[in-house]
Write a protein that binds this ligand. Sequence first.
Ligand code: ADP
Length: 671
Amino acid sequence: MDSSGPDTSLEPTAAAFAAMLDGVGHGVVAVDRQWRLSFVNAWMERILGRSRQQLLGRELWTEFPSLRTSSFGDVYQRAMRDGVEVVHEDFVDTSNAWFEARASPSATGLILFIRDVTERRRAAQDLKDREDRLRESEARFRNMADNAPVMLWMTDETGACIWLNRQWYDFTGQTEEQARGLGWLEAVHPEDRVRAGDIFLASNAGRTAFRLEYRIRSRHGEYRWAIDSASPRLDSSGEFLGYIGSVIDIHELKRGEERLAFVSEASRVLSESLDYEATLSRTTELAVPALGDWCMVDILQEGGGIKRVKVVCADPALEPQVRETVNFPPVVSGGASHLPSQALREGRALLVEDAGDAYKQQAAYSPEHLAHMRAIGFQSVMSVPLVARGRRLGVITFLAIHPGRRFTQSDLETAEELARRAALAVDNGRLYHEAQQAVRVREEFLQVASHELKTPLTPLSLKLQMLARSADSLPRERFPRLSSDLEMMRQQVHRLSSLMDELLDISRINSGRFSLTLEVVDLCALVRDSASRFEPEVHRLGGRLVVDVPEPLVGVWDRQRLEQVMTNLLSNALKYGGGRPVRVRVWGEGNTACLEVRDEGIGIAPEALPRIFEKFERAVSDRHYGGLGLGLYITRQIVEALGGTIRAESELARGSAFTVKLPLMPPASAS
Ligand code: ADP
């Protein structure tokens, strides 16, 4: 306690200062010019682990020898020497902490302010580490993005493009300046641009994910189909930042789909008709521009020549070249590198991806030909032979004229697929044509032959009748077998005559010369008449013919043809009737006359039933039953010409029933 009494001055005493400095959250140390410690605050005592009593008056360097060689020592000495304030920060291993020291010169020496800045340093370090990591991850992302096999992009919240990966620039040839903002749309096909832009901007307003397809121009000027899928970018609080999207080249996929559709459409067209020139013509039209900008077909002719049957070109400006190209068909000799000639010669598909002037010079077989090819100005060509059943029929050639269009191996495969189908169609057409020709020849022959064969039968039959009459006057005992032999001969001539009639009818039906002579006919009388003509045969076979016909049933029909129907059905019933009874029934149903011929004979197998009304179809073996298989075919033709129907019901070994239904008045077409 001071004897002069309590200190009442407003100036704080050194002790009060010291107490104040003890309260601060950092170290305060004072040294005199001889580096003797004159003040150490409580914070510093804690840090140094030494008390004020131990330190005051002692030399700094002696007490803390390691300080002299530390960075702090240098700084303190500089501050003392130069009389300037120096601030320094360093890590102190012994404290495992960062300290900041401010050395301020004072009147008596130096005052050192020391702060533990470990927290701040760590926070700064953390920030730096985080930044480094971010930079590193961004570099990694960019590297990844640039090497990804797709084009990637990013927009800001306004929809402006702010980043695109290297793939985009490599593919489109755009620069960063060109692509940014909405500049990327310049690389989109003009026909797709408005649609793509609209979807893009609408999605941006709605902030929804989207997908769009468009064609994108490559740096070579070629447009390729791409699919662009985008998702909104959101920050951690869900705030919309823009979009991130990827653009994938789906050109091959799309072309594949188009090719498939094209080939299936072509197949449909090819199977539509058997006229092969018309079919080829339509296929060629289909192939342009799907498969090429120019398509032409050359067909080998019977005599060995080659005819350019069709040329189609997508560009009307090339009309003169289309017209003159008939002068430059494939050649058998010469034109060694001329693709259509070569493909035809070697029988294999060929492709020249780059058919520039060098190709044209090699391929040309005359100066005019060269000029012609140059005038068309194609850059790519492929030729595929038309081969069916090992036979070369011709060649189809495709040209790529459109700038940037080049044929690829997959184009060639599609062309081959098309050629395979086209060749089949050509072959079918030819076969059909040949078959038709053969049928015509046969019909003509049948007509002439049946006519010629029938001619001698009429006088022969007359002679037989006369002979039979003369034989009646001869004594039976001298010629016991004569009349039966003559009857047998008459039957055979009759049979031959019927067969000839059938053949003649067939040729009439085939040549469209089959006609009806309509008159009023009583079906019941007609049936009774026909049946009575069969009596001798029924008698001979030992069977029975039951005829059930009511009152007259009158209609307008062709009498002779109806007799023929009756004859055919009755003779079949007797022939296949196994000697058992045959029943004939006639009845009316409104405006329809019905006729049924039923037997109890061998019957018809179910699988044969549907075809017995066809030409030359038989359900029995030729060995057991003679016949041409024409009777029912002719019967059906007659019944249908009269506007009626014929139906057969049968069961094997049980018998058959044939039902004819005829309108009383035949349709107008019948006359
Ligand atoms: P075909 O000259 O062979 O008799 P059709 O055209 O008259 O020719 O008859 C065709 C085929 O239908 C015959 O070959 C025979 O197999 C079968 N068929 C026709 N009528 C009968 C029937 N009543 N009973 C059994 N089979 C029949």
